[in-house]
Design a protein around this ligand. Structure first.
Ligand SMILES: O=C(O)C(=O)C[C@]1(C(=O)O)C=C[C@@H](O)C=C1
Length: 484
């Protein structure tokens, strides 16, 4: 129940983040008038958001591993609050640029605190990260309606900013009543044994997933930037049809989020999803880039939104984080830094390509789709651990060897404690201590799904410790009697 409430607050933040992503572009004209500057200057201010992200992602990701997730979710909310209130009021361009950078920092801080928290909630909560995308889309969908409404009724544009800030204040109160899951620690034994075969190919998986951080973002940005123009100039579609290519992409994206969320909940492997979705988006994109038939293009636009913008980027991040459970924040930072580099470079590269013609710019997305598929393929291959029965049993043998050695050590300590208890005439059973041991097991467990089983094992261990201490006691007692 508690986790449920925390999830709702985290989602609500991403609804506001969706608003934050487009609030400047949606109010460009009003801001230009207010600042008495041309639109180009407003656009320059907007670029500050990207700079903020590039500056902050890596640093904040690392820090969140150190100081915990809650701090960074709060930092993200505080930065966004300042951005919204500040932007509604400032008239100075330099200040506005500073506030835009702050919005980029807010984005990075929220991501560093939230994606990691959902993974740390354990179970299938990784799928929750995909839902974040739906909340962003909801914000992006509702804000334009709100802005249009304010405009029609001649209401001050700043109210949309103030409204977002007000929701943040309420959400901050709700969120800070909740407890965050503990930052996961990975035990030495855990990493040493279970990921041995993975280690050698690990860096290849890392290259693949970091590369995918770039291509997954680039794929979407390029499409949304060029598709309408490409459809009218190259395919000679009407402008209404051209806009449908974008709208169907959005509808496909939202449908994709729901379907991917459901598939992950049902336990479908992230690796399979990534391969299927990226294969699908390459196919859909090829149809859009080369088919002259409008009906087919519309279908493909939906399919492209579904496969490329339905939360696969988040699935890639989940997989990446799971490979490095002890540095979730850092990995989130790296992944999104690559995404930010894509947002920054794709408009530049495609702008340059469009000088040749628009089709070249648009079809460059095929190169990105192929690279994305290659990156995903590389990561999936590198993460794949061959699983034959005998190999897996060998791993178990190896793990058991270490467990038995550690259990011997534990029993030696239990013996010492048993002797001390006897000297101090204390009972063998210490229920409070056992509760604490079980709590520790839950804290140390890196996978919530395993926790109740690990606790059951510990109950059995402690049951046997007691039996051992009791036997020890009776034996010593017998020895004493024999001695007399
Ligand atoms: O800590 C103790 O008092 C112990 O004897 C050890 C131990 C254990 O195995 O962890 C065993 C029995 C007690 O009931 C509690 C804990």
């Amino acid at each position: 129940m508690r986790q449920h409430q925390l999830s709702i607050s985290l989602y609500l933040n991403y609804f506001i983040h969706g608003i934050g992503l487009i609030i400047l572009t949606q109010n460009m004209q009003a801001l230009g008038q207010h600042w008495q500057t041309p639109l180009a200057t407003v656009s320059y201010v907007i670029s500050g958001i990207g700079i903020g992200r590039l500056l902050a992602y890596f640093i904040l990701g690392n820090l969140s591993d150190r100081f915990g997730r809650k701090v960074f979710v709060n930092l993200g909310m505080a930065c966004y609050f300042t951005f919204f209130v500040g932007m509604a009021l400032v008239t100075n361009i330099q200040l506005a640029y500073g506030l835009a950078i702050l919005a980029g920092i807010a984005n990075s801080a929220l991501d560093a605190g939230t994606y990691t928290t959902f993974i740390e909630m354990g179970g299938r909560q990784g799928s929750a990260n995909v839902l974040l995308k739906a909340f962003m889309s909801a914000g992006e969908f509702l804000l334009p309606l709100l802005v249009a409404n304010f405009e029609a009724q001649r209401i001050w544009y700043g109210w949309s900013f103030i409204l977002a800030a007000a929701i943040l204040v309420v959400n901050s109160i709700l969120l800070n009543r909740q407890q965050f899951p503990l930052k996961n620690q990975v035990s030495q034994a855990g990493t040493g044994v279970s990921q041995q075969p993975l280690k050698n190919r690990r860096w290849l998986a890392t290259v693949g997933l970091a590369g995918y951080g770039y291509t997954s973002m680039a794929l979407m940005i390029l499409y949304t930037q060029w598709v309408s123009l490409f459809a009218t100039t190259t395919l000679h579609f009407s402008s209404v049809l051209a806009h449908w290519l974008l709208s169907l992409y959005s509808i496909g994206s939202i449908t994709g989020v729901i379907v991917i969320f459901w598939l992950l909940r049902r336990g479908v492997a992230e690796t399979k999803l990534l391969l299927a979705m990226n294969g699908g988006s390459l196919l859909a994109l090829a149809v859009i880039c080369y088919s002259p038939a409008a009906g087919l293009s519309m279908l493909a636009a939906f399919g492209f939104g579904f496969t490329a913008a339905g939360g696969v980027m988040q699935v890639g991040l989940n997989l990446f984080i799971k490979g490095y459970p002890h540095m979730k924040g850092r990995i989130t930072g790296i992944y999104f830094t690559f995404g930010s580099i894509a947002s920054f470079t794709i408009p530049l590269v495609t702008g340059w390509l469009s000088k040749q013609n628009i089709a070249t710019a648009m079809r460059f997305d095929l190169v990105i789709a192929v690279s994305g598929l290659a990156f995903v393929g590389l990561a999936v291959w590198a993460l794949h651990v061959p699983t034959t029965l005998s190999q897996e049993r060998q791993r178990i043998n190896h793990i058991d060897q270490q467990i038995v050695r550690l259990l011997n050590q534990r029993f030696e300590t239990v013996t010492a404690i048993g002797e001390l208890k006897q000297q101090q005439q204390l009972p063998v059973l210490d229920q409070q201590r056992e509760q604490r041991v079980l709590q520790q097991v839950a804290v140390k467990s890196t996978q919530t799904a395993h926790t109740p089983y690990l606790q059951a094992i510990y109950q059995a261990i402690m049951h046997n410790s007691r039996a051992y201490q009791t036997d020890l006691h009776t034996n010593l007692h017998k020895e004493d009697i024999d001695h007399d």
